[in-house]
Design a binder for this molecule. Sequence first.
Ligand code: AMP
Length: 113
Amino acid sequence: MTCIFCQIIQGEMPGDIVLQNEYITAFRDINPAAPKHILIVPNKHIASTEDLHRHDSIIASELLLAIKDVSSLENISQNGYRIISNCGSHGRQEVQHLHIHVLGGAPMKYGLG
Ligand code: AMP
């Protein structure tokens, strides 16, 4: 079965893409948990942070650097935001393609659990 995030990256499935470059794609979460909720994903299929290796260090750095690009595009740089990456069953990862959630546009609730 093809990964839904790979399909969005390749334009085979509709996605509200806000940013795309050689390494990463950022698109709006279909079920937003905040006024601004963007997912940043590597274009290469990497299942989770557990599958991210040092030979993909450019991808890792591009994922992190894209956060600031997205915050700027979404006008949430000044007030801030929260970033989350769920991993595996205890992390309640639903889509098995590494992604960073960028949540902003309103104050987050306290706590992380
Ligand atoms: P996670 O629980 O960290 O794996 O989060 C997966 C996220 O992907 C959830 O917030 C979903 O709402 C989101 N999602 C699932 N399918 C799509 C889709 N087709 N387009 C955009 N976001 C999606």
